[in-house]
Design a protein around this ligand. Structure first.
Ligand code: RP5
Length: 161
């Protein structure tokens, strides 16, 4: 089970890394590449078209500004594509979000929040966990520890007030 992460620029890496760390924590195999829908369109399409045959299951496409990358990828693959809008411009990432989320019907891109790299990775893990009991168990444990952290914070605040 493998996830491919394609980012439009190396300037996206700082945000994308947060998602890569989650994939590492869950022990999910991934490949991360810098390929642009505008600057290297032929390479990006060629790479995306080969992923299914290479055994990948999910693709995360991260891009900012006129963020066409996830949509272009979704157009040339049968694999599910998660779009990660990067806040990289003077419009606070709203341009990236709208470019990614407003896909025409027939070509879905599951779009997460602006800079939501963690959720992109977690959604990829949830998709993989449909066929992986091991990942599902890890995901359940993740949710439990997240809830425990909130309960601990609540307790701490009660003690302070
Ligand atoms: C997009 O343009 C990239 O995904 C990046 O978010 C944005 C800016 O790229 P750089 O000019 O920093 O390379 O294609």
């Amino acid at each position: 089970m493998k996830v491919a992460i394609i980012m439009g620029s190396d300037s996206d890496l700082e945000v994308v890394k947060k998602g890569l760390n989650i994939l590492k924590d869950f022990g999910v195999e991934f490949e991360a590449r810098v390929l642009s829908a505008h600057r290297t369109p032929h390479l990006a399409v060629e790479y995306a078209m080969g992923l299914e045959e290479r055994g990948f299951d999910v693709i995360i496409g991260a891009a900012g500004k006129a963020a066409h990358l996830p949509g272009v990828i979704a157009g040339v693959t049968n694999l599910p594509v998660i779009g990660l809008p990067i806040k990289s411009s003077t419009m606070d990432g709203l341009d990236s979000l709208l470019s990614i989320v407003q896909m025409p019907s027939g070509v879905p891109v599951a779009t997460v929040a602006i800079n939501g790299a963690e959720n992109a990775a977690l959604l990829a893990i949830q998709i993989l966990s449909v066929k992986s009991p091991e990942l599902r168990t890890k995901f359940k444990a993740y949710k439990v520890s997240m809830a425990e952290a909130v309960v601990a914070k609540d307790k701490k605040i009660q003690e302070l007030l």
